[in-house]
Design a protein around this ligand. Structure first.
Ligand code: CTP
Ligand code: MG
Length: 245
């Protein structure tokens, strides 16, 4: 079909930014959660390896605490055979600041930036590739975000009292990866910075500029290590997926 050809970039440059600069307050382990091991490998490494395995990502930026750069490299990156070049950016005091810091290390000629929480080690190379391809195949879209439909009934609660039950079918839980066209993503960060807007994910920065962000349906098992209970689920899931004979 005429025109379709131009919609899919043949050789796009895509960089990944993996956020690993938080302090892991809710997980509650001294030293944070990014270097916590599952099956002998830090969760940050599981995440980064998935991006390495995609094959056509040109650069991986790891965002980590500035004073622990050497430790992160020594434990999570250097012992593992990454094919993709890996660079490290200093974390900020919020997730959004860390994302901006990582973005600053993405060279100007990169067309796509895919953001990921380093604390989501179960992401698969296939879902990363599918998310990127979804954006590349939709010329009118500015981004694509992995999400899954809300499964619990949602309540609006005020002062401990339920005041409403919205139609659940329009609610999705957003995860990462989230991929964006680099130009609008840079503008979205600049705009948020100048307005003092702080979002809880990357997509919200683009949405407030009126950008068009697509949803890619993922699975609930792409969980983020947030509280201690998550750890056992992650261990079981990694064993099930990678280590079972
Ligand atoms: N993150 C980051 N820089 C920050 C805060 C968060 O790079 N200043 C990263 C985390 O390392 C994590 C991802 O963003 O991979 C999602 O954040 P979250 O799960 O909230 O991690 P933490 O902020 O470390 O945990 P908590 O909120 O419990 O302190
Ligand atoms: Mg946090």
């Amino acid at each position: 079909m005429a025109g379709l050809e131009g919609k899919v970039d043949k050789n796009p440059k895509t960089a990944a930014v993996i956020l690993a600069g938080g302090t892991g307050e809710r997980f509650g382990k001294e030293g944070g959660k990014q270097l916590v091991e599952i099956a002998g490998k830090p969760i940050l490494t599981w995440s980064a390896e998935a991006f390495d395995a995609v094959g056509d990502i040109g650069l991986i930026v790891i965002v980590c605490p500035a004073d622990r750069k050497d430790e992160y490299l020594k434990k999570a990156i250097d012992p593992f055979p990454f094919v993709t070049p890996v660079v490290v950016a200093p974390a900020g005091s919020t997730r959004q600041e860390s994302a901006f810091s990582g973005l600053e290390l993405v060279p100007d000629d990169y067309e796509y930036v895919v953001m990921h929480d380093g604390a989501r080690p179960l992401i698969s190379p296939e879902l990363i590739a599918h998310t990127i391809a979804t954006l590349q195949g939709n010329i009118d879209a500015d981004g694509a975000v992995v999400a899954h439909p809300a499964i619990d009934t949602l309540k609006v609660v005020e002062n401990g009292v339920i005041v409403g039950t919205p139609d659940r079918s329009v609610f999705w839980n957003a995860q990462t990866p989230q991929v964006f066209r680099a130009g609008i993503y840079r503008r979205a960060h600049a705009s948020a910075l100048s307005d003092g807007f702080v979002g809880t994910d990357d997509s919200s920065l683009i949405e407030r500029l009126g950008g068009r962000v697509l949803v890619v349906e993922g699975k609930r098992d792409n969980i983020k290590l947030t509280v201690p209970e998550d750890y056992l689920m992650l261990v079981a899931a990694v064993r099930e997926r990678y280590l079972k004979q």
